[in-house]
Design a protein. Structure first.
Length: 67
């Protein structure tokens, strides 16, 4: 595999991993109006997919090709 393609995959993988972890860690949305508290449950499905894609991209960039 070309050296520049490996570098692009590595950078994209790191960005996807950090974005996926960030979206998983941010707090849930909460709105308070007087005595009524509205709490929206957080769905982490897209965060898991983003983290998985990041892991695949990093692993692909670290695999050595034929010499």
């Amino acid at each position: 595999m070309n050296k520049s393609i490996k570098l692009v995959l590595l950078i994209a993988g790191i960005v996807l991993l950090t974005y996926g972890i960030y979206t998983m860690v941010i707090p849930e949305t909460q709105v308070s109006i007087g005595d009524v508290d509205l709490l929206e449950a957080q769905d982490n499905t897209s965060a898991y997919i983003t983290i998985g894609l990041g892991i695949v991209a990093v692993a692909t960039s670290l695999i050595k090709g034929k010499s």
